[in-house]
Write a protein that binds this ligand. Structure first.
Ligand SMILES: [Zn+2]
Length: 232
């Protein structure tokens, strides 16, 4: 920790995004107590789990995993708010680096040719200043040593906020929002790992899969999200 950051801490103490406790000079975003209390998603397989089953009836995805529970009643939902809206995308990278190795050891990310984060529309990216999925993908990339590709999938429009919509509305709200940019790269027969921040209904992910499959009918897909909003 540099002298200047220590000095800034004296006057403007940094606080844990979950419990609000003052952070020590060696902590960033999350205090060590909250870090140790993280409850990881513990599915026993990357080829048969709740995330994968929620996608099976729509698209053929080979493997999937999710690291942390996202429930609004848990204090830990603040992690995702901080990563997504409060300028702490580096926390997404850190949590992916910490948690993805368990999935990697089970086969997720193995043999992958490209890591593709779910993109934001250019307008939302401009207003937010970053794409949180991209920062989570950076963490995955550090673990599996495969580059993050942000120039293949594009979000043509923003779906309006999904928060207060039912499952059916979410599907209608997301159909056709993604497209594939100039096809300089042929992803047929390649393995792509799609990365997003939170899996809720899967509507957004499925439209990204639809766009990739339309452009590359033989692309092989895996999915990873940092957060899982289901119970399983
Ligand atoms: Zn804390």
């Amino acid at each position: 920790m540099s002298f200047w950051l220590t000095l800034v801490d004296l006057f403007l103490p940094r606080r844990c995004v979950v419990c609000g406790a003052e952070l020590t000079s060696s902590e960033r975003d999350l205090c060590n107590v909250c870090l140790c209390r993280l409850v990881p998603v513990r599915w026993s397989s990357v080829t048969d789990n709740p995330l994968l089953r929620s996608l099976w009836d729509k698209y053929d995805v080979e493997a999937a995993g999710s690291s942390l529970y996202y429930h609004s009643y848990s204090e830990y939902h603040k992690l995702f708010i901080a990563i997504k809206y409060q300028g702490c995308p580096q926390l997404g990278t850190k949590l992916a680096v910490l948690t993805f190795p368990i999935w990697y050891s089970m086969g997720l990310g193995v043999g992958v040719d490209a890591v593709i984060p779910i993109p934001l529309s250019w307008k939302r990216r401009l207003s937010r200043g970053y794409n949180q999925a991209e920062w989570i993908a950076k963490g995955v990339s550090k673990v599996i040593h495969v580059p993050v590709c942000t120039d293949i999938l594009v979000r043509k429009k923003n779906n309006s906020t999904q928060t207060h919509k039912g499952a059916h509305e979410r599907w209608n709200n997301t159909y056709g929002i993604f497209a594939v940019k100039k096809r300089q790269i042929d992803l047929n027969d390649k393995v792509v790992l799609l990365v997003d921040d939170i899996m809720t209904t899967g509507a957004t992910l499925c439209d990204a899969i639809r766009a990739l499959r339309e452009a590359f009918p033989r692309v092989r897909l895996q999915v990873y999200t940092l957060g899982w909003s289901g119970d399983g």
